[in-house]
Ligand binder design. Sequence first.
Ligand SMILES: *[C@@H]1O[C@H](CO)[C@@H](O)[C@H](O)[C@H]1NC(C)=O
Length: 445
Amino acid sequence: MYLTIIFLFISPFVLSLVFLLRKDKSHFSYPNLPPGKAGFPFIGESFSFLTTGRQGHPEKFITDRVRNFSSGLFKTHIFGSPTAVVTGASGNKFLFTNENKLVVSWWPDSVNKIFPSSMETSSKEEAKKLRTLLMPFLKPEALKRYVGVMDEMAKRHFETEWANQDQLIVFPLTKNMPSISEHGRSRKGKKLEEPFKMVATGVFSIPINLPGTRFNRAIKASRLLRKEVSAIMRLRKKELKAGKGSAEHDDILSHLLMSIGETKEEDVADKIIGLLIGGYDTAKQNEILKGKEGEEGLRWEDTEKMRYSWNVACEVMRIVPPISGTFREAIDHFSFKDFYIPKGWKLYWSAIATHKNPDYFPEPERFEPNRFEGSGPKPYTYVPFGGGPRMCPGREYARLEILIFMHNLVKRFKWEKLFPIENKIVFDPLPIPAKGLPIRIFPQS
Ligand SMILES: *[C@@H]1O[C@H](CO)[C@@H](O)[C@H](O)[C@H]1NC(C)=O
């Protein structure tokens, strides 16, 4: 599922230059702008935006304003930019279908400061190149071969981490699945975990670079990561040259190295860190996939039959989408819903606000997998993976990962939550269970 976010962190390198050159002094003085407030100087409404997420209901930032301004579009000022927030299926459709025509993907300036790119080529091309390079891993034909391996890794995870326990905290455990230690790299894995977390958290933070701020910690952590990742890459390059491991259908890292050729490690490292931040669970998986083929156990065809399980997973991603929303930037002046959007403005669409809209999902807080029966939700109302040309290319991978995990879990265990009341999900900026989700488990008889 975290593969979704991978691509959200690739594009940042992209538009940051445009961002730096922007002139937004007069940004709230055009006629016929959408209704809304600029908030405080500099930080605008960023605090409200972040706080609603950390309190577990990011959609509130949007629903509160939609109610007050009674329009499906409002303006605000977040992460240093005037931003128009679109809502509902029509807003999503507008952004997804106008990619590269009126809008392009955009990430806050903080992302650029955390990942200063030294690449001379335009970063937009880099993002495109990376996407193309990754595609072979994410095509159904490639994924089919991984099902057996993923199944085996899930089995081993439950065997080593769950089987001898009666109580455990799920979230940190699943981050270890499948364990990187199989390649004798457990210490490095652990060492990188903390900086990864810091960078991920810093991406959506107020960009104030003073000692102690989240932003400052993220910048420092990214320097450490760049060093570590470059070292791992040099090692892997050596291994590849020595003929250890064929890059053709191996892990992402080998594949990138082979395709990129003689580019400097540090240059590629940033891109890879971007990948890892979003998908570091996933990247670990690929590390393990190296050189292994599936044996018996689950097959692709089996996952196709898990209709109800997939409905359950879809309902989870409706209530807790992998990321609450993403940005675009207007590359031209245009009007939407009769309001004027100036060139250079940012636009934000929200998966979670769409998913919690009672017009699309009656009683949105109720967990109801049957919503996905039959033809399912209407177009552009269910968007956990985004849409349009920027739609998450890892969604099929995510489907497999989720189903295989669920399959092995329910086959082996029953469970109950330990503190049902305290199990809140917070968005910081990625969704995590605030208490890590402690449970009591029982063997399935
Ligand atoms: C919405 O309007 C109410 C009443 O005027 C006001 O108290 C509240 O601050 C407004 N909320 C936002 C987010 O503008």
